[in-house]
Design a protein. Structure first.
Length: 339
């Protein structure tokens, strides 16, 4: 007879090993995430991006401030998408906006099987928390508000920017500047709310490519489903720079799983167009980077299925960037992922 303690340990080990499976979406590392934000072309809608068969997930950017006027967030999905406020938003949450048309497009995208996330932060944002108990309360409140404005919460229906019946499929943490105080609390709270949703709602984070200087702690990153490593806007480790291979190796080897949680998928983040910064390379060079990320030199037993796909900034510019006869950058990258 097997001692109860060994049965318990065996159960824990089994649970732990099975929890290393990826989040849903495409489990074989073929996911293509693209941002849709201020840099997107004015004449291309969210629907245009979702119609592209290459795209799996579109990320709306951004919620810019957790603590705007009235204590509610402020957001900027671009003037072409949200340019007025709802009557009930004006007196209490003027930093929010009325995005009826964008909300309609989100539902259209979801109707054809595409996922839509909302990103929090960006390069110009105020999404930090204070230190101590006050910061802890701020983080919990921010998670509650974000969940009720965009997730499956129902406490703030009159304030929801995308409409009361639009529930996004995930939240992306693009925390690029400032302290990471209590981000672990913020992400943990969002995770806890997911159990009340009637569909899977994912979490992602977009740290810079330098492993040792991530603005989010490794413990916090271990709580998300997808990690988009931004291999651009860096003179040290962007794609095409000498530090790229070392950075890729560090992220694969040093990102340790959190006990009893699914292991985050690591995605190669790149530029889909030339914007004057480090990181944009030819389609062929980007292919080589993707292949390097798909086949890392594994030295740890837990990262055998860590690669999750590609994240691109951004979707519209990628559609406009033709890299071959009738082939846009997004389609080219998806073909590489599927190969």
């Amino acid at each position: 007879m097997i001692p109860p303690v060994l049965l318990f340990v065996g159960t824990l080990i089994t649970y732990y090993l099975t929890s290393l499976c990826s989040a849903e979406l495409t489990p074989n590392g073929q996911n293509l995430f693209v941002y849709f934000s201020q840099s997107s072309g004015k004449n291309v809608t969210l629907i245009h991006v979702c119609k592209n068969p290459a795209v799996d997930v579109v990320i709306l950017g951004f919620v810019r401030d957790f603590d705007g006027t009235g204590g509610y967030p402020s957001m900027d999905f671009g003037p072409a998408n949200c340019n007025t406020t709802r009557p009930l938003q004006d007196p209490v949450a003027p930093g929010l906006a009325r995005c009826n048309e964008l909300g309609r497009q989100v539902k259209w995208c979801q109707g054809i099987g595409k996922k839509v996330f909302v990103s929090i932060g960006g390069s110009i944002s105020n999404t930090t928390f204070e230190t101590g108990s006050k910061g802890h309360r701020q983080a919990k409140w921010a998670a509650k508000v974000i969940w009720n404005l965009f997730g499956a919460g129902t406490d703030m229906r009159s304030l929801r920017p995308l409409g009361w019946d639009v529930v996004v499929d995930g939240f992306d943490i693009d925390h690029e500047e400032g302290s990471s105080n209590d981000y672990h609390t913020f992400v943990s709270e969002l995770r806890s709310y997911r159990s009340s949703a009637s569909k899977p709602i994912y979490l992602s984070a977009a740290p810079g490519c330098t492993f040792t200087s991530s603005t989010l702690s490794k413990a916090t990153l271990a709580l998300v489903d997808f990690i988009f490593i931004r291999y651009y806007n860096s003179a040290d480790c962007a794609i095409g720079m000498p530090g790229f291979p070392l950075s890729l190796k560090e992220w694969y080897e040093k990102m340790v799983p959190s006990p009893f949680l699914p292991f985050p998928k690591v995605l190669l983040g790149g530029l889909s167009f030339y914007n004057g910064n480090k990181g944009y390379v030819t389609a062929e060079s980007f292919r080589d980077a993707v292949l390097a990320a798909k086949q890392p030199n594994f030295t740890c037993w837990w990262n055998a299925h860590k690669f999750g796909g590609v994240m691109l900034w951004d979707g519209v510019r990628g559609l406009e960037n033709e890299v071959g006869p009738g082939v846009d950058f997004l389609t080219y990258v998806k073909d590489v992922l599927d190969s």
